[in-house]
Design a protein around this ligand. Sequence first.
Ligand code: GFB
Length: 308
Amino acid sequence: MEKSARIYIAGHRGMVGSAIHRKLLSEGFTNIITRTSSELDLRNQQAVKDFFAAEKPDYVFLAAAKVGGILANNTYRGEFLYDNLMIQNNIIHSAYENGVKKLLFLGSSCIYPKLAPQPLKEEYLLTGELEPTNEPYAIAKIAGIKLCDAYRSQYGCDFISVMPTNLYGPNDNYDLNKSHVLPALIRKFHEAKKNNAPSVVMWGTGTPRREFLHADDLADACYFLMQHYSEPGLVNIGVGDDIPIKDLALLVKKIVGYEGEIEHDLSKPDGTPRKLMDVSKLHSLGWKHRISLEEGIRAVYEEVKGKL
Ligand code: GFB
């Protein structure tokens, strides 16, 4: 990518898109195109067509999506399927029609079967039943991978798909009903410490294991893959290591400095028992994460604690 290339980041205000934006700015790119959701509704086919025809981006990072934690995924099932299908179909098709040189589509580790062998290799896609709590989101993301592949095969488009593990970082969502586990725990422990509450309630049993990647590492990987990867199918992005949710809670508790108890709300779902990424393909391409989980959580907590 030339530094003056016209690069559209879809979803530049979200956690992933904003990390990609910071990365491109730090690399000296001068022609980054962005639109807020009120300026451009990506679910609107004609609006997206008009935008691409007018702006003619050379490269596209497709980081716009309806996202959320386990409860949001399970509650807003219609929106997670419809909004994500519309957003990605409109962008991928317009990218094809307007001769975009390369597009990077971001998916999620929840595209893999609920009970797939661990760690999750790219070839396990579509080999079994999905986790029910996030099936609509996963179906949309699987459709996105297949659309990129189909456009590569039929039209010769250089569209690639990358599957990040669970993410955290700046500009995350701290709404307790919609967020992922890490921002939820940061907020809960922070507020409990502030209010001298005797305990913090976490959801589920605490036994599911999750892998966490900092959004800045993800942005670095996306930038790397945009330059060095051009194949059908998908590539996992993760750290290759995971942690039980209970241990994650203990780590956040330590970082926040909270001394009370932890309780479990067993009416909330556990979700998939484990989704550890096999990152050997990514490592063999030459990329590895840099930010450790503890270091990353400390940085995020420093940044948000005044705002919670
Ligand atoms: O991060 P999370 O919401 O999503 O939950 P998933 C991970 C685990 O943390 C689950 C537990 O076992 C939750 O029950 N957990 C414990 C909590 N306390 C809390 C809490 O206070 N809030 C939340 N949110 N969880 C999502 C998918 O699955 O992961 C999406 O729904 C997407 O499709 C995303 O793939 C990355 O890891 O279970």
